[in-house]
Design a protein around this ligand. Structure first.
Ligand code: BT5
Length: 230
């Protein structure tokens, strides 16, 4: 049976993540037309005006290389967008970029016995706050899309990829992700305290980032990277 056999579609919600967190027994995909308190990682906010796709779903099953879930979900978004004709990149560890701007973010939150996977995709939005380097499917192509179709095509990709992750682990995705990796072979800054500068060389078998720094190879487990000098 499909993992995604039940769908809750809301007009407005604070955050689809919270909606699921507060309903432990709800095993459904939750979507909203807009969110009033959409969020990203580290308490950052996710701009959630009408026109975008905002969804969350719970996952309770055992997966191999579970830490790579954000990357595998980001890859699923890329594959869905590519079927529509977009050229995509993955910015490690959870962002999808099109034409140099962010079009999607993935958030995986771990609760006691389940993970909640949240995805925000900019579909038909025509503008964003000035300081946000974001884009949407509409802004790139000049066309409007059915948000429901985007959702169903995306769930299809995720379904297939989760089966593969469960059976084979991250090695089944490593090359496909590396192919789309933003900043490969370029000098990046990892925004830790203190920041680390290095050349982005690879993605490891566990989905970690491999940086070549002045001190040698460094495996990065989490954090944000930007291009040096950008
Ligand atoms: C993410 O966090 O990119 C994860 C975003 C997950 C959003 C989904 S929507 C459904 C579900 N319910 C929620 O409440 N959340 C999930 P992070 O890597 O921390 O990036 C956040 C940063 O992305 C912000 O600080 C902004 O710079 C930028 N940003 C915010 N809104 C954006 C948007 N709509 N499009 C592109 N960039 C955005």
């Amino acid at each position: 049976m499909s993992r995604f056999s039940c769908l809750v579609w809301l007009e407005e919600v604070s955050s689809t993540q919270d909606f699921l967190k507060e309903r432990e027994d709800l095993n459904c995909v939750v979507c909203a037309k807009r969110q009033t308190l959409g969020r990203g990682r580290y308490g950052r906010s996710w701009h959630s005006d009408e026109g975008g796709l905002y969804l969350s779903f719970p996952l309770q099953e055992e997966l191999k290389d579970e830490q790579t879930l954000p990357l595998v979900v980001a890859l699923s978004v890329c594959q869905m967008l590519e079927d529509y004709g977009f050229l995509t990149s993955i910015k490690w560890v959870n962002d999808v970029y099109v034409m140099g701007k962010k079009i999607c973010g993935v958030l995986v939150e771990k609760l006691k016995n389940r993970s909640i996977v949240g995805i925000g995709i900019n579909v038909n939005q025509r503008n964003f706050p000035q300081d946000l380097p974001a884009t949407s499917m509409f802004l790139v192509s000049g066309k409007e899309y059915s948000v429901a179709c985007v959702l169903f095509f995306l769930l299809d990709k995720i379904e297939v990829n989760l089966d593969l992750l469960k059976e084979e682990g991250f090695r089944a995705f490593r090359e496909d992700i590396k192919k789309r990796l933003l900043f490969l072979d370029q000098e990046v800054i990892l925004h830790t305290e203190p920041p680390v500068v290095g050349i982005l060389k690879d993605i490891s078998e566990e989905g970690y980032l491999m940086l070549l720094t002045a001190q040698g190879e460094k495996k990065v487990v989490s954090g944000d990277i930007t291009l040096r000098g950008s």
